[in-house]
Design a protein around this ligand. Sequence first.
Ligand SMILES: Nc1ncnc2c1ncn2[C@@H]1O[C@H](COP(=O)(O)OP(=O)(O)OP(=O)(O)O)[C@@H](O)[C@H]1O
Length: 273
Amino acid sequence: MSSINVPVPDVCHIEVDHVSVVFGTGTQQVTALSDVSFHIGSNEFVSLLGPSGCGKSTLLRLVADLLQPTSGSVRIAGDEPEKARLQRQFGIVFQTPALFDWRTVRHNVELPLELLGTSKKECKRMSAELLELVGLTRFADHYPWQLSGGMQQRVSIARALALDPPLLLMDEPFSALDEFTKEKLQLELLDIKRSTGKTFLFVTHSIPEAVFLSDRIIVLSAHPGQVHSIHHVELPSERNRELRETEAFYQMITTIRNCFYEERDPSDTSALL
Ligand SMILES: Nc1ncnc2c1ncn2[C@@H]1O[C@H](COP(=O)(O)OP(=O)(O)OP(=O)(O)O)[C@@H](O)[C@H]1O
């Protein structure tokens, strides 16, 4: 395994220390993650990148308190994930939007606020603000089934932001969308990052997506899932459509792609699969 040493962030938001996850027993046993460690700083956008089965979602589920590690520890702002969850320290966006079809867009976004007992007036004010942030003001009274896939995903992003969590966990949120919608939502996500200053942990298996969005990329290798290398994305912090056409962007993609193949027999791609 190659590993590029990168400085530890000044203010740690997420600390993953020597985490391993083993599923099943006996012949069914799968080591999904083996001795994984990394730190993510406040306001950082970090992508977990790797091939199918390398443990990206498992890692995100650990941070989201949906799963416990077999060994090692995860901390969010110094707390265990359970405490962070109870204190609503993070929002989650999954690959499929998982909206309630019988609730309007506005009422889907308001759901977490309603569950907290927020007044109707305040719910309405906040959902209007969030829908403006994701460009869906006009569709507040539509139902999810009246929206495109990209618009539905915007609703789920707005809902994840409803309780104003400092951390957003996103598991391949754009992978089911067409290229045009994906690129548009990537730009919108960066706008949200700029305007809210939140920390993002983003799972993807797309190298260009990880390069375009991230401050740092954690590359995972599979079987068992391990940190292969961690990369600073040396691109201007202002990311726009033109950046995708630059030499620097292509170079970064090549650097990341090559790291999957280095120090191995080029004909042996088993570590990636
Ligand atoms: N609940 C489970 N029980 C048994 N094995 C599991 C479970 N969840 C995940 N695994 C295994 O752990 C490994 C990592 O899975 P994980 O879903 O985290 O990978 P991934 O990188 O997110 O994959 P993908 O990109 O396909 O979503 C895989 O080998 C998977 O089969």
